[in-house]
Structure formats: structure tokens, C-alpha cells
Write a protein that binds this ligand. Structure first.
Ligand SMILES: [Zn+2]
Ligand SMILES: [Zn+2]
Ligand SMILES: [Zn+2]
Length: 154
């Protein structure tokens, strides 16, 4: 018996399995359950995909129509009050960073603040991306504009 008699057959079987699996996954998109409880009915909220990205929705929809934005904490404290900073999405779908104490603290930034302070003036620094997507950090103080290249991957 020749080995090549077997291999083409295997190829066909594999192809069929892949197609089948793809179809299955399309139908069975299960909502990913979060660890956030719905504050209206207590059910564990699930992640949904919306126009502006992911958000949390109550699994008891349409009986309960509660939704919540996903709060992403970033690894830098609020430069104004030291509280946590959260990644948010503006109504136009643009990302920005705001203080968790809002509206008590009105700190917002379009660029992601980083932990390190500017070595020249002590202001907070933000993460920026150059034309080639290379990352660097820049001082938030318009009169300073101190720049630092990020090590490693862009
Ligand atoms: Zn609910
Ligand atoms: Zn703050
Ligand atoms: Zn500076």
C-alpha cells in the first residue's frame, strides 16, 4: 500500500471538519459572563458588542434593559487627586481617560497617562504613538514637552 493513497483522504476529512466547526461557532456565540452583577435584578451581566465596542448588558433582556459601560482601570493614578483613572469612550467613539471620582474630580486626558512623572518639570506624562506606531511618552506640560522613547515593542 502506498502512503499517498491515505493522505489525500485525510486532507478532505480535515477540511470538512474545519468548515463544520466554523459554522458551529457562528451559530453558538455564547455571551461571555462578567463578574459584574446587574444592579436592577442581580443577574451576572454579560459582555455585548456595540457600535462603540464592548459593553455590559443584563442577560434578562428584554425584561431588564440595564446596560453598563465596561470600566477599564489604567495603571496610573489621577494626576490631580491620586484616585484611579478609567478608560472611557466618548459619545463619538473616541477613547479618553478620566478620573473615577468624576464629577468631583474633572481630570480628563485624550492620551493615556503613565505612572512616571516628567524628570524635568514633575508634570504627568502621557503615552503617544509616532507615525510608525512607535510608542513614546511625552510630558503633559505644553511648555515642557519633554519626550522619552519607550523601550521594547511599539
Ligand atoms: Zn438586570
Ligand atoms: Zn482625580
Ligand atoms: Zn515636563
Amino acid at each position: 500500500m502506498n502512503i499517498f493513497d491515505i493522505i489525500p483522504g485525510i486532507g478532505t476529512i480535515l477540511e470538512k471538519t474545519v468548515t463544520k466547526k466554523g459554522d458551529l461557532e457562528k451559530i453558538k456565540v455564547e455571551d461571555q459572563v462578567s463578574d459584574v452583577a446587574c444592579d436592577k435584578c442581580g443577574a451576572m451581566m454579560v459582555y455585548k458588542m456595540g457600535r462603540y465596542g464592548k459593553f455590559l448588558a443584563c442577560p434578562n433582556f428584554p425584561e431588564c434593559r440595564n446596560t453598563k459601560p465596561i470600566l477599564v482601570e489604567i495603571d496610573a493614578p489621577c494626576p490631580k487627586c491620586g484616585a484611579k483613572l478609567l478608560e472611557r469612550t466618548s459619545r463619538k467613539g473616541r477613547k479618553f481617560y478620566g478620573c473615577e471620582k468624576y464629577p468631583d474630580c474633572d481630570f480628563v486626558s485624550w492620551d493615556m497617562p503613565v505612572k512616571d512623572k516628567c524628570p524635568q518639570c514633575g508634570s504627568y506624562m502621557v503615552k503617544k504613538y509616532g507615525k510608525g506606531r512607535e510608542a513614546y511618552t511625552m510630558c503633559s506640560n505644553a511648555e515642557c514637552r519633554y519626550k522619552e522613547k519607550q523601550e521594547g515593542k511599539a
